[in-house]
Design a protein around this ligand. Structure first.
Ligand SMILES: [Zn+2]
Length: 74
């Protein structure tokens, strides 16, 4: 049984495995997001969580592509 967590960027349910990519926003979950400041550039995703959230708010994933329709959490 796998443990699940919420994507720190968009809240989509993802598996609590290091380097799991969120299926919605594309964020690579590292498992250590709690250790980072929101505006600190994250080495694995090459952007800060604030930047990623900004993209999601604009309807884009972290690669700048349109998000899939409808967040999976709602
Ligand atoms: Zn996400």
């Amino acid at each position: 049984m796998s443990i699940i967590v919420k994507c720190p960027i968009c809240g989509t349910i993802i598996e609590d495995e290091p380097y799991t990519e969120c299926s919605y926003c594309g964020w690579g979950y590292t498992g250590v997001e709690v250790c980072y400041d929101l505006d600190e550039k994250e080495d694995y995703n090459l952007m800060s969580m604030d930047q990623a959230k900004e993209l999601v708010a604009k309807g884009l994933n972290i690669w700048g592509e349109p998000l899939p329709k409808g967040p999976e959490t709602k």
